[in-house]
Design a protein around this ligand. Structure first.
Ligand SMILES: Cc1ncc(COP(=O)(O)O)c(C=O)c1O
Length: 413
């Protein structure tokens, strides 16, 4: 989206506001397809941005969805997705969620521990269904610059690679007794990686695990979920991922594996790569003040609406997301602290940011905000209304989620 289009959206709908460019999301999915080829399916990881209109749109560009809660299953089914296209993963799934997943017929429920397996089977019995299960494996190693690691170390995610052969035997017993159907393997060990070689190595590692389990007599995996981890450049000095290069390496590794296992299909699950750059968060400057040599621009938004840009979603070093002053692009560069409107010193969206001088009323854009923004934020902290979410498509804007106030869910005496 162009800056003038963002300014028009802020004027029309008010601020703070999230804007998602649907055309750009489709283009990114298209680039994935082009780079990885037809043998590798694409799952969209709903946790990155579960807006129902994005989920509906994903029917056009994704083959399925990665979901991690009963709430996400409901959102996807309501958006028109067949449950068979959903892959349900997560270390802690409640009985209710497992019953829902079994009843609607999720395409895959990932087994993340022996207890998880027992609980999934019990949910199948209670609902008189045969759950389709995948074995999620926590690989022995994850090498490369993955900013977030879910595997390659002790973790709550998946069954350790060392234990996988014996859990596979249990799964095989249950499958032959008709209590479960085997959907395949799931390896998801890390994310936010911008190094194509590390992404290829990660996929090769997933294929190695699959081949070794196969050689040890495991059930043939109808599908291998190879993981993902495609990153986006949030911080200064980071460059866009070379998807073509990652795609070439991944496609070659998959094609080699497929020669030995022609009946297996493959998917990769991606969240932020697809939806983060196409999303922007806009907020206006309410006040500008000097404090002991530092300049503070105080925004009408903040960490309660964009927790990840404030560095409070697990980042150890606080760094700036890409920031723009849309109202004063030619202004003199000035080091500015962009403070949110909350009464807490951790509410900052810019840390010594070099920005064209900010003035009261200026419109500030936090770019790369389409993933882990709205729903990964403590939206009701301090009781502000939530920001609207706006969809942008072929030059037209529309509200895809209205603002919501805490008072609307208060219990009245
Ligand atoms: C199992 C699984 N799949 C997919 C994702 C999506 O990650 P990203 O948005 O970085 O692509 C995550 C992120 O935590 C995950 O844990």
């Amino acid at each position: 989206m162009r800056d003038d289009e963002l300014i028009a959206v802020a004027e029309r709908y008010g601020t703070p506001v999230y804007v998602y460019d649907f055309d750009e999301i489709r283009d990114r999915a298209g680039l994935f397809r082009q780079s990885l080829g037809p043998a590798i399916g694409l799952l969209y990881a709903v946790k990155a941005n579960p807006n129902p209109e994005i989920l509906k749109d994903a029917l056009r560009w994704a083959d399925g969805l990665d979901v991690s809660s009963g709430g996400e299953i409901r959102l996807c089914v309501n958006a028109g997705w067949p449950a068979s296209a959903l892959s349900f993963a997560g270390p802690g799934k409640t009985d209710k969620e497992l019953e829902l997943a079994a009843t609607v017929g999720c395409g895959s429920i990932s087994v993340e521990s022996r207890d998880d397996l027992r609980r999934i089977l019990a949910a199948g019995e209670r609902t008189h269904t045969v759950p389709r299960i995948s074995l999620r494996v926590n690989p022995l190693e994850l090498t490369g610059p993955f900013a977030l690691k879910m595997g390659g170390k002790p973790t709550q995610f998946g069954v350790d690679e060392e234990e996988a052969p014996s859990v596979m035997q249990e799964i095989a017993k249950e499958v032959s007794a008709g209590r479960a159907a085997y959907a395949g393997l799931h390896v998801y060990a890390g994310t936010q990686c911008l190094d194509p070689e590390a992404l290829v190595a990660n996929v090769k590692n997933s294929l190695r695990i699959a081949a070794e389990l196969g050689a040890a007599g495991a059930l043939k995996a109808p599908k291998i979920n190879l993981g993902g981890g495609f990153g986006v450049p949030y911080y200064e000095g980071q460059a866009e991922l070379d998807v073509a290069s990652a795609g070439r390496g991944i496609a070659a590794a998959v094609s080699e594996y497929a020669q030995a296992y022609p009946e297996t299909s493959f998917v990769i699950e991606l969240g932020r790569y697809l939806v983060s750059p196409p999303g922007r968060y806009l907020s206006r400057v309410l006040a500008v003040k000097e404090s002991r040599g530092k300049t503070y621009a105080i925004l009408d938004g903040g960490m309660h609406q964009h927790n990840s840009a404030s560095g409070n979603l697990g980042q150890t070093i606080k760094r700036n997301y890409p920031l723009k002053n849309l109202s004063n692009p030619g202004g003199t560069q000035k080091t500015t602290e962009l403070a949110g409107c909350l009464c807490t010193p951790i509410d900052l969206l810019g840390f010594g940011a070099s920005l064209p001088e900010t003035r009261v009323g200026d419109l500030i854009c936090v770019e790369n905000s389409g993933a882990y923004g709205f729903t990964a934020s403590p939206l009701f902290f301090l009781g502000h209304e939530t920001p609207a979410e706006i969809g942008w498509e072929r030059g037209e804007s529309r509200v895809i989620r209205k603002p919501f106030a805490l008072s609307e869910i208060s219990v009245r005496p």
